[in-house]
Design a protein around this ligand. Structure first.
Ligand SMILES: Nc1ncnc2c1ncn2[C@@H]1O[C@H](COP(=O)(O)OP(=O)(O)OP(=O)(O)O)[C@@H](O)[C@H]1O
Length: 258
């Protein structure tokens, strides 16, 4: 979705080397406000490495990252979160012994006191617990409020992670394989949840499930050997010879639905 406006996120000729390997090799792409943008590519293409640089977990060797036109290349992770960038981590920021509500209340507390926008203004413990319940409902966990996170199914834990990332009301939510390890029904539920987030945040996701990617994404960027070889609407990506070549022997791209 290119509106001609300043991109929400601009990745400009980013380079990240591990020894002799360029895991990110002058990668450039733009994520526009309001879109669901999927980053795909064969195994080892450099998707995770790129996501780490966007979140601030890894520093690029050269190139720039701009959020709303401002250079964030050297900003630490927490400063990026303050500017509206959130990344959903797999399990690592879920407290397995705490309830769903307490996990979300802690995430809300973590953003309180900063200049971030809240799910709703949270001043008291009661308000914080209510706000946590609201976020739980947002990600489909309203019936699981009092369950400990460790007792949730894998898919429910992934929903909770999305909720934790939503606590800071991000402008850009970065998701690393949100459907990993899910069965078909669970995947469909997560796809529906991600669809429903469109109105409130821009999504950048790395995902191997091509059916889901082609169902969800407005824009797909294809990374091969650290380079973005194509970026565009799903139909253009599906028809691109470069992309077909890159996927030979790997995951097949789904056929267009009539
Ligand atoms: N910390 C590291 N040190 C050395 N090499 C690394 C490191 N992290 C990643 N790599 C290498 O960089 C390349 C890109 O890896 P990356 O994990 O980013 O790819 P990916 O597209 O996310 O792969 P997958 O789809 O299999 O998860 C790979 O060749 C990988 O072995």
């Amino acid at each position: 979705m290119n509106t001609g406006a300043t991109p929400l996120l601009q990745i400009d000729t980013l380079v990240k080397r591990f020894g002799a390997l360029s895991a990110t090799d002058h990668a450039s792409l733009q994520v526009h406000k309001g879109e669901v943008h999927a980053l795909i590519g064969p195994n080892g293409a450099g998707k995770t490495t790129l996501i780490h640089q966007i979140s601030g977990a890894l520093q690029p060797d050269s190139g720039r990252l701009l959020l709303n036109g401002a250079d964030i290349t050297r900003l630490p992770m927490h400063a990026r979160v303050k500017r509206g960038l959130a990344r959903s981590y797999q399990i690592t920021n879920v407290f397995l012994r705490l309830s769903v509500q307490d996990n979300l209340a802690l995430a809300l507390q973590a953003v309180a006191g900063s200049s971030m926008r809240f799910w709703r203004p949270v001043h008291t413990e009661t308000q914080r617990m209510q706000a946590a319940a609201d976020v739980a409902a947002r990600v489909g966990l309203q019936a699981q409020l009092q369950r400990t996170a460790g007792a949730l199914s894998h898919a429910e834990q992934r929903q909770l992670e999305v909720g934790l990332a939503l606590a800071s009301r991000p402008q850009l939510l970065v998701l690393d394989e949100p459907l990993a390890g899910m069965g078909p029904d669970e995947s469909q539920r997560m796809v529906a949840l991600l669809q429903s987030l469109r109105a409130e945040t821009t999504l950048l996701l790395v995902e191997h499930d091509m059916d889901a990617v082609f169902q969800l994404a407005d824009t797909i960027s294809v990374l091969v050997a650290g380079r973005v070889i194509a970026s565009g609407q799903p139909d253009a990506i599906r028809q691109s010879d470069d992309v077909k070549r890159a996927y030979l022997g790997d995951e097949a791209l789904p056929e267009a639905h009539p």
